[in-house]
Write a protein that binds this ligand. Structure first.
Ligand code: ADP
Length: 500
């Protein structure tokens, strides 16, 4: 399907918008991906540091267990000293105690008190669960921020360490705008939501590497629109794209203009060729026309000259004079034809003169009358023009009338009672000449073509008489047409001199 030319700018705009959209999506995807990579890197670093902290808890428990096992009576001073030191350096360790279970009774001694070990009663509530614990166990109460680590020191004797989970990631372990959650099993110990009011969120989680404290760290971050599509990246890109689209549009315009110019040049070349062909054609037409028009005066000159020869032999001075007069007339006519053709070829104006209708017709007829008389053709002439004046090129007009009459005469060959009727009238600023014969008429298939150059139905015809007539009449601002009415009928219209 071909797109209409007027829709093309719309297509360019749509393609531009689509490209901008694709660029936006690519930039956003790139920024999102690198943001998520940062998140994963931070998570992995935080996981490593968290694992180190958990390992510290294990080390403290091992050290405490070793001191407890030394067998000092409870409350032990050595254990208290160590517990105090641990508590001072690690504020997140909020409780260090021993628990001794004896049947249904349990005794707890807290060593984290600065004042000294402190015996504390312990209800029987947690004891069965405690008894089921292995060598090291971790517990936390739902909704609490802390968790407890129990370490079995001797049968029925446990070390307890309570950790404030909030202290584990409080010290800038993760970037400010990251959110995090620290889980122990299903218990969420601590949570910080991510800062941004985000367009998109990303979350990654990690099981902290510890044999005793199975914590899971989850970090999340939001992406604001500005982070995904930073104006400093987007603006130059959009500008670049706009410039590229403008350049493309300009390029297309230049290419199109170039093509149009090529087309125009080709058209011009074609027109020039046609005009040249037309000129050559017209020239050929003209040359044939000259030959055609001169054929008659030359033939007449020949026959009159032969008549003159005979007159000399017969010593008939009168016939000789007649023949010489006719020769002079024909030679003049041939000269006139040549002069008119020369003027026509040179593009000069024909000699327009003002002549009364009657005289114009009489002069034109004079040329044809001897031939018509010889052929035995009756000519009826009616002039109903008053004293109307024609504006014509006299020689051209004679040529037209002569051509029409010659054609009529030729069509009447072999006809009974051959007749030509000529009517001239003038009215409403126009002279109308009607020349009709009683011959066979113009074949209807030929009628539309008789004014075309080289159209003829005669074996010896040239088909130039009527085209020449049409051209001459046109030059005099008139018109000529042909129809059949009995025989052929030609109507010539010419302008009349406008009376002052
Ligand atoms: P040509 O006489 O050499 O054929 P023209 O241009 O004078 O060339 O005439 C063109 C054709 O018009 C003629 O061949 C003929 O068929 C037709 N024609 C012209 N005048 C008459 C007429 N009076 N009667 C019948 N046919 C005519």
């Amino acid at each position: 399907m071909k797109m209409k030319r007027e829709h093309r700018p719309l297509l360019v705009i749509l393609a531009g918008l689509f490209t901008v959209l694709v660029v936006f999506v690519l930039v956003a995807a790139f920024n999102y991906r690198s943001g998520v990579n940062d998140l994963s890197r931070s998570l992995s670093e935080a996981g490593t540091r968290l694992a180190e902290k958990l390992a510290q808890h294990e080390a403290h428990l091992t050290a405490l267990a070793a001191v407890v096992r030394m067998g000092e009576q409870e409350p032990s001073k050595s254990v208290h000293g160590l517990a105090e030191a641990i508590g001072a350096f690690y504020p997140r360790i909020t409780e260090i105690a021993t628990i001794r279970v004896d049947g249904q009774q349990a005794a707890k001694v807290r060593y984290d008190r600065p004042a000294g070990p402190e015996a504390e009663g312990l209800g029987s509530a947690g004891l069965p669960a405690l008894a089921a614990l292995g060598s090291t166990a971790v517990r936390s109460q739902p909704g609490e921020k802390q968790y407890e680590i129990y370490k079995l020191v001797a049968p029925g004797f446990y070390l307890l360490m309570t950790i404030d989970a909030g202290g584990l990631i409080a010290d800038g372990l993760l970037p400010e705008d990251y959110g995090y959650r620290l889980w122990l099993g299903e218990n969420r110990l601590v949570e910080r939501p991510s800062a941004a009011k985000a367009l998109l969120d990303a979350t990654r989680s990690l099981d902290v590497n510890s044999a005793t404290q199975p914590l899971r760290l989850e970090v999340s971050r939001g992406f604001r629109a500005m982070e995904l599509l930073p104006p400093l990246v987007i603006l130059p890109l959009v500008l670049l794209l706009a410039v590229a689209i403008c350049l493309l549009a300009e390029y297309r315009r230049v290419i199109r203009a170039g093509r149009q110019q090529e087309r125009r040049a080709a058209l011009l070349e074609q027109e020039t060729k046609l005009a040249h062909a037309g000129r050559v054609n017209a020239l050929g037409e003209m040359a044939s026309g000259i030959a055609h028009e001169l054929a008659q005066p030359v033939a007449a000159l020949l026959s009159q000259s032969q008549a003159a020869r005979r007159a000399i032999t017969l010593e008939r001075r009168d016939i000789l004079e007649q023949a010489l007069d006719a020769n002079v007339r024909e030679a003049k006519r041939a000269g006139d034809i040549l002069g008119r053709m020369r003027a026509y070829i040179a593009g000069g104006t024909s000699q327009i003169e003002t002549v009364p209708i009657e005289r114009a017709l009489a002069e034109a007829m004079r040329l044809a009358e001897p031939d018509l008389a010889r052929r035995g053709i009756t000519v009826d002439t009616v002039v109903a023009s008053g004293d109307c004046m024609l504006r014509i090129d006299m020689i051209g007009f004679q040529q037209v009338i002569h051509n029409i009459l010659r054609n009529a005469a030729e069509s009447l060959a072999g006809q009974d009672d051959p007749r030509i009727s000529i009517r001239a009238e003038g009215s409403n600023g126009q002279a109308v000449f009607t020349i009709a014969d009683n011959g066979p008429g113009i074949p209807s298939s030929a009628l539309p073509h008789i004014f075309e150059p080289f159209f003829t139905t005669k074996s010896d015809g040239m088909g130039l008489g009527l085209p020449l007539c049409a051209r001459l009449i046109e030059k005099m601002d008139g018109s000529i047409e042909a129809t059949n009415a009995g025989g052929a009928r030609f109507t010539v219209r010419l302008p009349l001199e406008v009376s002052q």
